[in-house]
Design a protein around this ligand. Structure first.
Ligand code: SF4
Length: 356
């Protein structure tokens, strides 16, 4: 059965979506499950996964059965470690040097087929960048970035760069994960190991000889080629919004969840999505704003951060940075890199350490 965390508002289930690719039938299964078994909402995470909150006592068993039938729970033993991010616009626009999604599927299958890798820490993260550099700042443990359709650059813990052919990428990525398990003691991430990159490369017989490109890009709301990126305000997808997404994509196609709590759909869907509160323009104040669960979902929360973020959306000065609202100092779900830090302190909020 799917492992479920007990939160203040009931069971909290995380559904892994490798590469963020969610077929419409699967999205519909999640939508109905959230309605019937949880609080009705689908939460998008910073790893492109989905969470369902407030599960009733018999919810986890029923949810597991539904996920299994929909192909969303292919391995109980490896569910926790299927953390695989991919460039959400892979193969959809001119900036994509190589479509990494077939490699994501191959990696996921090979990961689940390798018994020893079930021991990876749940925080361990794989990333496949299609060459544009949108995942460069995501802090993956084992990442590949496309050079072209023949080769990619492998990095470990964000360091070094080793050129590998795509035909060997899955094998090398999993070998790096196994090498991490061999050298770790209690560390959860490669970056926590002293000279983790060097020790793992040594075990693999590889050397970092390449320069990693410094160019990075962000994938914001709006049109990108034939695709549209729609921000989900505070990463919390309502029933109406999930339904609009299922109607926006034809047939057996898929939406793609991004690690920035947005969704990639075909351009034609824009108007329908705006009607239900999804954001499809780059100048909306909702872009780049995230929040932890807060009250009532989390027992540690000092405030209803999502409600407050909605009420005070325009009051926080941003100077181009993302904004993250937290109900306590743990700052769950905070974005990678620089952000405006809004933290509840019991009788108000500190914004970058200054009382608001
Ligand atoms: S940051 Fe604090 S209040 Fe928010 S979800 Fe995490 S533990 Fe709960």
């Amino acid at each position: 059965m799917l492992a479920v965390h007990q939160a203040a508002d009931g069971g909290l289930a995380r559904v892994r979506v490798p590469g963020g690719v969610l077929r419409i039938g699967q999205l519909e299964v999640l939508r109905v499950a959230a309605l019937e078994l949880g609080d009705g909402r689908l939460e998008l995470t910073s790893r492109g996964n989905v969470q369902i909150r407030a599960l009733k006592p018999d919810g986890p068993r029923e949810l597991s059965d539904r996920l299994f039938a929909a192909g969303l729970l292919p391995s109980i033993t490896h569910e926790r470690v299927r953390n695989i991010l991919a460039s959400p616009l892979s193969g959809l626009d001119q900036q994509s040097s190589y479509d990494v999604l077939p490699v994501v599927n191959a990696l996921d299958e090979a990961l689940c087929a390798c018994p020893s890798l079930a021991e990876l820490p749940g925080r361990f993260l794989f990333a496949l960048d299609d060459g544009r550099g949108d995942l460069a700042g995501i802090g993956a443990d084992v990442a590949v970035r496309a050079v072209d359709h023949r080769e990619a650059l492998l990095t470990l813990g964000g360091h070094g760069a080793v050129r590998v052919p795509w035909s060997h990428a899955v094998e090398v990525m999993l070998a790096a994960a196994e090498a991490f398990l061999a050298v770790r003691t209690e560390e959860w991430r490669i970056a926590e190991l002293e000279d983790g990159e060097g020790r793992i490369l040594d075990r693999l017989g590889l050397q970092a000889t390449e320069e990693l490109p410094t160019a990075t890009t962000t994938v914001g709301a709006g049109r990108h080629g034939d695709a549209l990126v729609a921000t989900v305000p505070l990463g919390s997808l309502t029933q109406d919004q999930a339904t609009a997404l299922t109607h926006a994509v034809a047939g057996e196609a898929a939406v793609r969840l991004t690690p920035w709590r947005s969704v990639v759909v075909p351009v034609v869907a824009g108007e329908q999505l705006e009607k239900v509160g999804l954001v499809t323009t780059a100048d909306s104040p909702w872009n780049g704003v995230t929040a932890c669960a807060g009250r009532p979902g989390c027992g540690k929360a000092l405030a209803d951060v999502r409600g407050d973020a909605r009420r005070m959306l325009q009051l926080v000065p941003r100077d181009g940075r993302r904004v993250h609202w937290s109900g306590c100092e743990r700052r769950c779900g905070k974005p990678a890199g620089e952000f405006v830090d809004v933290v509840a302190v019991g009788n108000g909020y500190l914004v970058d350490g200054v009382r608001m």
